[in-house]
Design a protein around this ligand. Structure first.
Ligand code: C5P
Length: 222
Protein backbone atom coordinates (compact mmCIF):
# COMPACT_ATOMS: atom_id res chain seq x y z
CA UNK A 1 0.00 0.00 0.00
CA UNK A 2 1.11 3.57 -0.72
CA UNK A 3 2.57 5.26 2.40
CA UNK A 4 0.10 7.63 4.01
CA UNK A 5 -0.28 10.04 6.93
CA UNK A 6 -2.71 9.88 9.84
CA UNK A 7 -3.04 13.24 11.59
CA UNK A 8 -4.30 13.62 15.15
CA UNK A 9 -4.94 17.19 16.25
CA UNK A 10 -6.51 18.55 19.41
CA UNK A 11 -5.89 20.58 22.55
CA UNK A 12 -3.30 19.65 25.16
CA UNK A 13 -4.31 16.80 27.43
CA UNK A 14 -6.87 15.33 25.05
CA UNK A 15 -4.94 12.05 24.94
CA UNK A 16 -3.49 12.57 21.44
CA UNK A 17 0.01 11.53 22.44
CA UNK A 18 -0.77 8.09 23.81
CA UNK A 19 -3.32 7.45 21.05
CA UNK A 20 -0.78 8.42 18.36
CA UNK A 21 1.84 6.13 19.84
CA UNK A 22 -0.56 3.20 20.00
CA UNK A 23 -1.81 3.75 16.45
CA UNK A 24 1.75 4.05 15.13
CA UNK A 25 2.69 0.76 16.80
CA UNK A 26 -0.39 -1.00 15.48
CA UNK A 27 0.13 0.28 11.92
CA UNK A 28 3.92 -0.09 12.04
CA UNK A 29 4.23 3.61 11.16
CA UNK A 30 6.66 6.34 12.18
CA UNK A 31 5.49 8.89 14.71
CA UNK A 32 5.75 12.67 14.90
CA UNK A 33 5.16 14.39 18.25
CA UNK A 34 5.12 17.94 16.91
CA UNK A 35 4.48 19.41 20.37
CA UNK A 36 7.80 17.92 21.46
CA UNK A 37 9.49 19.76 18.57
CA UNK A 38 8.11 23.11 19.82
CA UNK A 39 9.09 22.18 23.37
CA UNK A 40 12.65 21.30 22.23
CA UNK A 41 12.92 24.55 20.26
CA UNK A 42 11.80 26.53 23.33
CA UNK A 43 14.19 24.64 25.62
CA UNK A 44 17.05 25.24 23.19
CA UNK A 45 16.37 29.00 23.21
CA UNK A 46 16.05 29.03 27.01
CA UNK A 47 19.36 27.14 27.38
CA UNK A 48 20.98 29.83 25.25
CA UNK A 49 19.43 32.48 27.50
CA UNK A 50 17.52 33.99 24.61
CA UNK A 51 14.50 36.11 25.49
CA UNK A 52 11.42 34.22 24.30
CA UNK A 53 9.78 37.60 23.71
CA UNK A 54 12.10 38.21 20.74
CA UNK A 55 10.94 36.23 17.70
CA UNK A 56 14.00 36.97 15.54
CA UNK A 57 16.43 36.00 18.29
CA UNK A 58 14.56 32.77 18.94
CA UNK A 59 14.72 32.03 15.21
CA UNK A 60 18.48 32.72 15.12
CA UNK A 61 18.96 30.41 18.09
CA UNK A 62 17.46 27.52 16.09
CA UNK A 63 20.26 27.55 13.49
CA UNK A 64 22.15 24.87 15.41
CA UNK A 65 19.11 23.04 16.81
CA UNK A 66 20.08 19.39 16.97
CA UNK A 67 17.19 17.09 17.86
CA UNK A 68 16.30 13.46 17.42
CA UNK A 69 13.94 10.91 18.92
CA UNK A 70 14.45 7.33 20.04
CA UNK A 71 11.67 4.81 20.63
CA UNK A 72 11.13 3.59 24.17
CA UNK A 73 8.57 0.97 25.23
CA UNK A 74 5.73 3.29 26.04
CA UNK A 75 7.05 6.59 24.81
CA UNK A 76 9.40 8.36 22.47
CA UNK A 77 12.50 9.83 24.02
CA UNK A 78 13.46 13.34 22.87
CA UNK A 79 17.12 14.32 22.59
CA UNK A 80 18.44 17.87 22.43
CA UNK A 81 22.09 18.21 21.43
CA UNK A 82 22.58 14.53 22.23
CA UNK A 83 21.03 14.74 25.71
CA UNK A 84 17.85 12.95 26.83
CA UNK A 85 15.56 15.82 27.87
CA UNK A 86 12.35 13.84 28.49
CA UNK A 87 11.87 15.31 31.95
CA UNK A 88 12.75 18.92 31.12
CA UNK A 89 10.39 19.20 28.16
CA UNK A 90 7.38 17.69 29.98
CA UNK A 91 7.12 20.41 32.67
CA UNK A 92 4.24 22.91 32.60
CA UNK A 93 6.86 25.67 32.16
CA UNK A 94 8.24 24.04 29.02
CA UNK A 95 4.67 23.68 27.74
CA UNK A 96 4.03 27.38 28.29
CA UNK A 97 7.35 28.33 26.65
CA UNK A 98 6.57 26.05 23.68
CA UNK A 99 3.18 27.65 23.27
CA UNK A 100 4.81 31.09 23.18
CA UNK A 101 7.48 30.09 20.65
CA UNK A 102 4.76 28.36 18.61
CA UNK A 103 2.84 31.62 18.21
CA UNK A 104 5.67 33.07 16.04
CA UNK A 105 5.20 32.71 12.24
CA UNK A 106 8.98 32.62 11.57
CA UNK A 107 9.42 29.74 13.99
CA UNK A 108 6.48 27.77 12.58
CA UNK A 109 7.81 28.15 9.05
CA UNK A 110 11.32 27.14 10.15
CA UNK A 111 10.00 23.97 11.82
CA UNK A 112 7.80 22.90 8.87
CA UNK A 113 10.47 20.99 6.94
CA UNK A 114 11.71 19.25 10.06
CA UNK A 115 8.17 17.99 10.70
CA UNK A 116 7.46 16.98 7.09
CA UNK A 117 10.68 14.95 6.96
CA UNK A 118 9.13 12.52 9.44
CA UNK A 119 6.90 11.23 6.65
CA UNK A 120 8.80 8.15 5.44
CA UNK A 121 7.54 4.76 4.22
CA UNK A 122 5.53 2.88 5.37
CA UNK A 123 3.68 5.89 6.82
CA UNK A 124 3.32 8.39 9.64
CA UNK A 125 1.06 9.16 12.57
CA UNK A 126 1.44 12.89 13.28
CA UNK A 127 0.22 14.42 16.53
CA UNK A 128 -0.24 18.15 17.13
CA UNK A 129 -2.45 21.18 16.56
CA UNK A 130 -2.09 21.89 12.84
CA UNK A 131 -1.10 18.50 11.42
CA UNK A 132 -4.25 18.15 9.30
CA UNK A 133 -4.61 21.83 8.42
CA UNK A 134 -1.06 23.03 7.65
CA UNK A 135 1.72 20.46 7.95
CA UNK A 136 0.02 17.54 6.17
CA UNK A 137 -3.03 19.03 4.42
CA UNK A 138 -3.16 16.03 2.05
CA UNK A 139 -3.15 13.42 4.83
CA UNK A 140 -5.35 10.44 4.05
CA UNK A 141 -6.81 10.25 7.56
CA UNK A 142 -7.46 13.22 9.81
CA UNK A 143 -8.73 13.02 13.36
CA UNK A 144 -9.53 15.87 15.75
CA UNK A 145 -9.64 14.76 19.37
CA UNK A 146 -11.62 16.92 21.75
CA UNK A 147 -12.16 16.70 25.54
CA UNK A 148 -13.52 19.31 27.96
CA UNK A 149 -10.96 21.45 29.85
CA UNK A 150 -12.25 20.08 33.18
CA UNK A 151 -11.72 16.46 32.13
CA UNK A 152 -8.25 17.27 30.78
CA UNK A 153 -7.28 19.03 34.04
CA UNK A 154 -8.49 16.02 36.02
CA UNK A 155 -6.50 13.59 33.84
CA UNK A 156 -3.37 15.73 34.17
CA UNK A 157 -3.89 15.93 37.94
CA UNK A 158 -4.10 12.13 38.22
CA UNK A 159 -1.02 11.77 36.01
CA UNK A 160 1.05 14.09 38.24
CA UNK A 161 -0.17 12.48 41.47
CA UNK A 162 0.66 9.02 40.07
CA UNK A 163 4.15 10.31 39.28
CA UNK A 164 4.48 11.26 42.98
CA UNK A 165 4.31 15.00 42.21
CA UNK A 166 2.07 17.54 43.90
CA UNK A 167 -0.65 19.25 41.90
CA UNK A 168 -3.55 21.62 42.26
CA UNK A 169 -6.53 20.98 40.03
CA UNK A 170 -7.70 24.62 39.92
CA UNK A 171 -4.22 25.78 38.83
CA UNK A 172 -4.05 23.06 36.19
CA UNK A 173 -7.46 24.06 34.83
CA UNK A 174 -6.37 27.68 34.64
CA UNK A 175 -3.15 26.74 32.78
CA UNK A 176 -5.02 24.50 30.35
CA UNK A 177 -7.59 27.19 29.60
CA UNK A 178 -4.88 29.81 29.08
CA UNK A 179 -2.98 27.49 26.70
CA UNK A 180 -6.19 26.64 24.78
CA UNK A 181 -6.98 30.32 24.43
CA UNK A 182 -3.51 31.05 23.04
CA UNK A 183 -3.51 28.04 20.70
CA UNK A 184 -7.01 28.73 19.36
CA UNK A 185 -6.68 32.46 18.85
CA UNK A 186 -3.20 32.88 17.42
CA UNK A 187 -3.00 34.41 13.96
CA UNK A 188 -1.00 31.57 12.40
CA UNK A 189 -1.97 27.88 12.43
CA UNK A 190 -4.63 28.23 15.13
CA UNK A 191 -5.97 25.08 16.73
CA UNK A 192 -9.01 24.27 14.55
CA UNK A 193 -10.23 20.98 13.11
CA UNK A 194 -9.45 20.45 9.41
CA UNK A 195 -12.65 20.62 7.35
CA UNK A 196 -12.20 16.94 6.42
CA UNK A 197 -11.29 15.70 9.93
CA UNK A 198 -13.29 13.22 11.96
CA UNK A 199 -14.10 15.06 15.20
CA UNK A 200 -14.18 12.84 18.28
CA UNK A 201 -15.23 14.07 21.72
CA UNK A 202 -13.46 11.65 24.05
CA UNK A 203 -14.51 13.33 27.34
CA UNK A 204 -16.56 10.28 28.29
CA UNK A 205 -14.42 7.61 26.60
CA UNK A 206 -11.51 5.59 27.94
CA UNK A 207 -8.28 5.07 25.98
CA UNK A 208 -9.27 1.65 24.65
CA UNK A 209 -12.59 2.94 23.34
CA UNK A 210 -10.88 5.82 21.52
CA UNK A 211 -8.23 3.50 20.08
CA UNK A 212 -10.83 0.96 18.84
CA UNK A 213 -12.91 3.71 17.27
CA UNK A 214 -9.86 5.12 15.47
CA UNK A 215 -8.75 1.73 14.16
CA UNK A 216 -12.25 1.11 12.83
CA UNK A 217 -12.22 4.51 11.13
CA UNK A 218 -8.80 3.85 9.57
CA UNK A 219 -9.92 0.44 8.27
CA UNK A 220 -13.08 1.99 6.80
CA UNK A 221 -10.92 4.44 4.82
CA UNK A 222 -8.73 1.73 3.22
O1 C5P B 1 1.28 19.00 22.46
P1 C5P B 1 2.13 19.74 23.45
O2 C5P B 1 1.40 20.15 24.68
O3 C5P B 1 3.41 19.04 23.72
O4 C5P B 1 2.54 21.10 22.69
C1 C5P B 1 3.18 22.15 23.36
C2 C5P B 1 2.76 23.48 22.74
O5 C5P B 1 3.29 23.54 21.40
C3 C5P B 1 1.25 23.64 22.57
O6 C5P B 1 0.63 24.28 23.66
C4 C5P B 1 1.12 24.48 21.33
O7 C5P B 1 1.16 25.85 21.65
C5 C5P B 1 2.37 24.18 20.54
N1 C5P B 1 2.10 23.32 19.38
C6 C5P B 1 1.70 23.93 18.22
N2 C5P B 1 1.53 23.18 17.09
C7 C5P B 1 1.70 21.88 17.12
C8 C5P B 1 2.07 21.23 18.32
C9 C5P B 1 2.25 21.98 19.45
O8 C5P B 1 1.52 25.14 18.18
N3 C5P B 1 1.53 21.20 15.99
Amino acid sequence: MKPYVVTIDGPSGSGKGSLALRLAKELGFHILDSGAIYRLAALHAINKQISLEDEQQVLNSLEDLDIHFESGDELIIPFLNGEDVSLQIRSEEAGGAASMVASYPLIRTHLLTIQRDFFQPPGLVADGRDMGTVVFPDAKIKIYLHASAEIRAKRRYNQLINMGLSANIADLLEEIEARDERDRNRAISPLVPASDALIVDCSMMDRDQVFDLMMEHIKDQQ
